[in-house]
Ligand binder design. Structure first.
Ligand code: ADP
Length: 206
């Protein structure tokens, strides 16, 4: 049993780290963001997607990818085989099969520091593409795993900043207004600590 540390940011229990917030406090934005520590395959999202940290083949793998494929059942890999893989920094959407959510978005994060690649731009693109896909499919909730922070070696602090900044920017757009909740789903404490530190910079408490 994985301990659930539920830190719904909207409770206002978190205090800003930055002395002068980068963004103005906004109750309506803060109530649309959440941070939990849990196994992402357990999240029940009626009209939502979980975001997988996939690889370019899109046929399953280790870490969260393996957990998602095991929980969804073999129909997921059957659909994935029809997709022809996915470029780094992009994402593709499938059904969720036995998972208790509506869709799975498979985002391919960068291997941190891979030569000839801009890791930050690629990670930003993963988050942005996933959010756009969710809106295009009329979903209202998106739960992100901490893309690239496991086997792909992206430092937690840098990855959390990119994730949080990109989500904040997207929620401010017209498309973003269609999302009622974006949840960051962390598995390890190093990521929980990073998110707790950085969320208040982009979502200052009201
Ligand atoms: P990547 O190859 O993109 O680094 P990993 O699956 O290795 O992908 O790791 C991505 C993140 O997923 C890591 O932060 C890891 O702790 C987390 N993770 C692993 N299993 C799960 C799970 N069942 N639910 C949520 N997050 C998970």
């Amino acid at each position: 049993q994985i301990p659930t540390l539920s830190l719904l940011y909207a409770t206002g229990r978190l205090r800003p780290v930055a002395t002068s917030p980068l963004h103005a406090p906004s109750a309506s934005l803060n109530s649309r963001i959440g941070l939990i520590r849990n196994d992402i395959t357990k999240l029940s999202l009626q009209n939502g997607a979980i975001v997988n940290a996939a690889n370019r083949r899109l046929l399953g793998g280790g870490g969260v990818d393996g957990a998602i494929h095991r929980a969804a059942g073999s129909d997921l890999v059957k659909e994935c085989r029809t997709l022809g893989g996915c470029e780094t920094g992009q994402a593709k959407i499938t059904d969720a099969y036995r998972l208790p959510c509506k869709k799975v978005i498979h985002a391919v994060g960068p291997v941190y520091g891979a030569s000839g690649e801009d890791s930050e731009a690629l990670l930003t693109s993963c988050y942005r593409t996933s959010l756009r896909l969710a809106v295009e499919h009329n979903l209202d909730t998106v739960a992100f795993s901490a893309i690239s922070t496991g086997i792909y070696g992206y430092p937690s602090q840098k990855a959390a900043r990119t994730a949080i900044k990109t989500v904040r920017e997207f929620l401010d757009t017209d498309a973003g207004k269609k999302l009622s909740l974006v949840v960051f789903v962390n598995f390890e404490m190093k990521d929980v600590n990073a998110y707790n530190e950085i969320i208040p910079e982009y979502f200052p408490p009201v």
